[in-house]
Write a protein that binds this ligand. Structure first.
Ligand code: PGA
Length: 254
């Protein structure tokens, strides 16, 4: 089993003081854990994280969004090369909150992933169905459509992405997909990647949606769940560390 990736998505939370305390706590608890760890703060705090974390490799940092454009008259946007200057290793693209509140479409998400890859940043591409789509039996169709756009735009580089399966109905709701429900969708995504690249097994497919210290181990033990994208539980150091400890145990057991 490959080393799991556990990434915290802080969303629009944090402050200079709170970030420093959280990052220090996480760094203290990380030693000895076999896990790929990352935190994604609001972009204004990337330079703070760069100064707090540079020179070490245990905890990477990432952004929550990136522009699909390279530069120019796009007020409020940030390019992948700008993020790169702040040491960013990952960028979340196509999060359901961006799709929902900012009307991001599959094609834009695919472009964003491409910009990230061109700048040497790993895009964490989010896909996931709404409750209504699941109820209508459309889960597979929706996630495949979302991933297909990214595969089409990125060709042979597709093995460099991370995919996050985040059922919209599980995000921030406390309602987690069962390990079996999540595994079923992850297997569909893996198959789709296999059809696009011989390197599909290298791609980390992580789960997101109310993952926490109590349910992480069961999810992470599934064969196609390669890690987690953690919202609420990433804001508390002890919870985030407990998830990483569960991920580390999976890696050691294999
Ligand atoms: P949650 O968020 O863990 O709070 O459900 C996950 C996400 O939106 O990435």
């Amino acid at each position: 089993m490959k080393t799991k990736l556990i990434a915290g998505n802080w969303k629009m939370n944090g402050s200079l003081a709170a970030n420093q305390a959280l990052v220090r706590g996480v760094m203290d608890g990380l030693s000895g854990l076999q896990v790929r760890a990352a935190v994604c703060p609001p972009a204004v705090y990337l330079s703070q994280l760069q100064s707090l974390l540079q020179g070490q490799t245990a905890l990477a940092w990432g952004a929550q969004d990136v522009s699909m454009h390279e530069q120019g008259a796009y007020t409020g946007e940030m390019s992948a090369s700008m993020l790169r200057e702040f040491g960013v290793r990952y960028v979340i693209v196509g999060h359901s909150e961006r799709r929902q509140y900012h009307a991001e479409q599959d094609a834009q998400v695919a472009m964003k992933a491409q910009r990230a890859l061109q700048a040497g940043i790993t895009p964490i591409v989010c896909v996931g169905e709404t409750l209504a789509e699941r109820a209508a039996g459309r889960t597979e169709e929706v996630v495949k459509r979302q991933l297909a756009a990214v595969i089409q735009a990125n060709g042979h580089c597709i093995s460099e992405i991370v995919v996050a399966y985040e059922p919209v109905w599980a995000i921030g709701t406390g309602q987690t997909a069962t390990p079996e429900q999540a595994q079923e969708v992850h297997a569909v995504l893996r198959k789709q990647l296999q059809a696009a690249t011989t390197q599909a097994d290298r791609v980390s497919i992580v789960y997101g949606g109310s993952m926490n210290a109590a349910n992480a181990a069961a999810l992470l033990q599934q064969p196609d769940i390669d890690g987690g994208l953690i919202g609420g539980a990433a804001l508390k150091g002890s919870d985030f560390l407990a998830i990483m400890a569960a991920a580390s145990q999976c890696a050691q057991a294999s």
